[in-house]
Design a protein around this ligand. Structure first.
Ligand code: BMA
Length: 318
């Protein structure tokens, strides 16, 4: 039995696995949980970050507006399913990730600069006031994801260097920092290997600490004659040297199969950016952008994921 190392989240949004369902990740039957109707003037609300906060949850959402400005707004929920979004734009950019380190909530996102995208970092204690730090790297990079605690005394950030378009740069790296300002000790983590992820891979939600290593959900992109298809994969990284991939599923865990994932502003996209993990029960809820249009919710357990990764393991060749 694998264990989640972390807090209990007794009110984690949850539905049991449908009887007879064979795969490790199942969708919430009332998806999508957030649509453009959650915010006046939004064109689409999709990739988002979620953390437990107070009696409920707080989130940061990518809201592309009717002007097509790419903005980040905050939101609150008591049950993690029904959300109220705030009008105020906290930052410009996209693909937010949130994690709590000590008493602060850190946001990393794709920050927009005149020279291309980079990784913005900011923190808050109350989701009202934010302090923005230096960008974590020079352009161009995306998919900057912090680990939820220091490892060997240093902050660790997953990064996917890229160029200004959709390109051949498709590998995940990580960098270390003592102060969240100066980053170094860069390490390679993983490249695309299998067909479903062949064009590029990028880190997804904040990694989850488990007895089997850091559980990393990530997205992989397939290029077909019809364009890109974004799916969700999973790997386990070494706890102390997280650039070492110890197990990795050779097949995706979630791919665009439902209409709201297949049809939208960017068709065929499942883009996981947030996960809640309840140490008490081993339950995991994953929030993902669906077709760059709405937010979907999916469920799994630590045992379902770890068993699947180990039964279809790219690293050990099982
Ligand atoms: C990536 C990012 C994501 C988006 C995905 C699919 O490059 O822009 O925000 O969900 O493409 O379009």
């Amino acid at each position: 039995m694998a264990e989640i190392i972390g807090d209990n989240i007794p009110n984690i949004p949850w539905r049991d696995k449908p009887e007879g369902y064979m795969y490790p990740v199942w969708r919430y039957s009332e998806n999508p949980v957030i649509t453009r109707d959650n915010l006046f003037m939004a064109n689409s609300i999709f990739n988002c970050a979620v953390v437990p906060f107070g009696e409920g949850f707080k989130g940061v959402f990518r809201a592309d507006m009717r002007s097509r400005d790419q903005t980040l707004v905050t939101g609150s929920s008591l049950d993690g399913i029904h959300w109220t979004l705030d009008k105020k734009v906290i930052f410009r950019g996209y693909d937010p990730r949130l994690c709590k380190i000590d008493e602060k909530y850190y946001l990393s996102w794709v920050n927009l600069t005149p020279h291309g995208t980079t990784i913005g970092i900011a923190y808050t204690e109350d989701f009202a006031d934010w302090t923005q730090l230096e960008d974590a790297c020079y352009p161009v990079a995306r998919n900057g994801v912090l680990f939820p605690r220091k490892i060997n005394g240093e902050y660790v950030l997953l990064i996917r260097p890229c160029d200004r378009g959709h390109t051949p740069y498709g590998d995940i790296f990580l960098s270390h920092s003592k102060d969240l300002t100066y980053w170094g000790k860069h390490r390679f983590v993983m490249s695309p290997v299998k067909n479903w992820e062949m064009t590029k891979v990028g880190a997804g939600p904040t990694p989850i600490e488990t007895s089997e290593g850091w559980l990393l959900f990530y997205h992989g992109v397939l290029t077909s004659c019809n364009g890109f298809t974004y799916s969700m994969g999973a790997a386990l990284l070494d706890i102390n040297e997280p650039w070492k991939v110890i197990h990795r599923a050779d097949s995706y865990l979630l791919a665009p199969h439902e209409t709201y994932e297949l049809v939208g502003d960017v068709p065929n996209v499942v883009f996981p950016c947030a996960a809640l993990a309840d140490a008490g029960t081993g339950r995991i809820s994953v929030y993902y952008g669906a077709a760059d249009t709405s937010v979907g919710l999916a469920f799994t357990t630590i045992d379902d994921v770890v068993d699947y990764i180990k039964e279809h393991d790219l690293i050990t060749g099982k």
